[in-house]
Design a protein around this ligand. Structure first.
Ligand code: CA
Length: 223
């Protein structure tokens, strides 16, 4: 999952990036509203952490512009503690949730997890697909109740495919959502991860759709 952090406070931005990377997200940053708006407009993010008070373009305007242009990614707004008007304006502008500063990093992480989950249509922290069960929060995967060991890259690929199951996900989409801007994007890497992943999960879980990408089909659903 790839997250954009738009925050002009350098310390806070660093802390957010460190915590998000620790939690397994790919992270891009912008430190003013214009750059943030541009990135959110041109790159496919799974969620955005957006500060309200930003130089060059305030967070509310950035959000309004995105929503006007049909950009629907989940947005978590960072508001100042006492500015209740920011919260109201933010929600009116299309924010999905907000956290007031100063906040505990754990709260931001929990709210982001919930936003990403809801955006993919899941209500719980666990996604199940036949014998495979993936615990998003704990970063654990079991097959028929037995834990399997995945590298963080393998986990990210499986998580993304399970989040978006029953539809075809292209290699490009996987690359765009799993890595930040600075990553050397070679779609062969994805093939390697999927290949390794297939040796650890039931062999028929991840389907290759020739020329299009990969798909995980919920048992009982007709592909
Ligand atoms: Ca600020």
């Amino acid at each position: 999952m790839r997250i954009l952090v738009v925050e002009d406070d350098a310390d806070l931005s660093r802390q957010l990036v460190a915590a998000l990377k620790d939690a397994g997200y790919a992270v891009d940053t912008a430190n003013d509203g214009e750059e943030g708006h541009f990135l959110g407009d041109t790159e496919p993010y799974d969620a955005v952490v957006l500060d309200v008070g930003l130089p060059r373009m305030d967070g509310i305007s950035v959000l309004e512009q995105w929503r006007r242009d049909g950009r629907a990614m989940p947005v978590l707004l960072l508001t100042a503690r006492d500015r209740w008007s920011d919260k109201v304006q933010g929600i009116d502008a299309g924010a999905d949730d907000y956290v007031a500063k100063p906040f505990h990093m754990e709260e931001v992480l929990a709210r982001l997890r919930a936003l990403v989950r809801r955006a993919a249509g899941h209500a719980a922290n666990e996604i199940e697909c036949g014998p495979v069960r993936l615990d998003i929060k704990a970063g654990r995967v079991t097959v028929n109740g037995n834990p399997i060991k995945l590298t963080s890259h393998e986990f990210k690929v499986l998580e993304y495919l399970m989040h978006h199951r029953d539809r075809v996900v292209s290699r490009t989409e996987l690359t765009e959502h799993l890595y930040d801007q600075d990553f050397d994007r070679d779609s062969n890497t994805i093939e390697v991860f999927v290949g390794r992943l297939r040796k650890k999960v039931p062999s028929d879980l991840i389907e290759t759709v020739r020329g299009l990408g990969y798909r995980i089909v919920t048992p009982g659903n007709v592909a």
